[in-house]
Design a protein around this ligand. Structure first.
Ligand SMILES: Cc1cc2nc3c(=O)[nH]c(=O)nc-3n(C[C@H](O)[C@H](O)[C@H](O)COP(=O)(O)O)c2cc1C
Length: 146
C-alpha cells in the first residue's frame, strides 16, 4: 500500500481543517496516510513516504506560517527524487501576496527533486464550504501515488 504524509502549518486552524479533508480523500483512494503538524515533522521523515503533501497558510506579507518557517529551512536541499508531491493552503485575496506560501513550497519541492503531480490548491477565505472540493483533490492525488 502506498504511503502519504500531509504536513501542515496552521495558526487559526484553517489549514489543519483542510489537511484533514485532504487526508480523507487520500484514504478513499486506498493510500495509507498520516496528517501531521510541521512543528513535529523532521525533513528526514519525508523520505519514508511515496507522497508528500504540504499545506501552509500565508501570513505577514506573503510569508510562510510560523511552524513552516523552520521546517522549510531544515529541508535545505534534501533529495526527494522519485517522490510525488502536492501543495495547498488557505489565504485571503484581499492581500497582495495571495497564498504566496503555496508557491514557495511548490518551488521548494521542485528544488528537492520531487514531482508535483497536480495543480496547487489555493482556498480564498472560508474553508468550511470548500471541504468536499478539497477531499476530491486529495483523492485525485491518491490515485496518482497508488
Ligand atoms: C496579519 C495577517 C496577514 C495575512 N497575510 C496574508 C497574505 O499575505 N496572503 C494571503 O493570501 N493571506 C494572508 N492572510 C490570511 C490567512 O492566510 C488566512 O486567514 C488563513 O486562512 C489562515 O490559515 P491558518 O488558520 O491555517 O493559519 C493573513 C492574515 C492575517 C491575519
Amino acid at each position: 500500500m502506498a504511503k502519504a504524509i500531509v504536513v501542515y502549518g496552521s495558526t487559526t486552524g484553517n489549514t489543519e481543517t483542510l489537511s484533514k479533508s485532504v487526508g480523507e480523500g487520500l484514504k478513499d483512494s486506498g493510500v495509507e496516510v498520516l496528517v501531521k503538524n510541521a512543528a513535529r515533522v523532521t525533513s528526514e521523515e519525508l523520505k519514508d513516504y511515496d507522497g508528500i503533501i504540504l499545506g501552509c497558510s500565508t501570513w505577514g506579507d506573503g510569508e510562510l506560517q510560523d511552524d513552516f518557517i523552520s521546517f522549510e529551512e531544515e529541508m535545505g536541499k534534501i533529495s526527494l527524487e522519485g517522490k510525488k508531491a502536492a501543495c495547498f493552503g488557505p489565504g485571503d485575496s484581499a492581500y497582495p501576496q495571495f497564498c504566496k506560501a503555496v508557491d514557495v513550497l511548490e518551488n521548494k519541492m521542485k528544488e528537492c527533486g520531487a514531482e508535483i503531480v497536480i495543480d496547487s490548491l489555493k482556498i480564498d477565505g472560508d474553508v468550511e464550504s470548500e471541504l468536499e472540493k478539497v477531499k476530491d483533490w486529495g483523492k485525485r492525488i491518491g490515485q496518482m501515488i497508488e
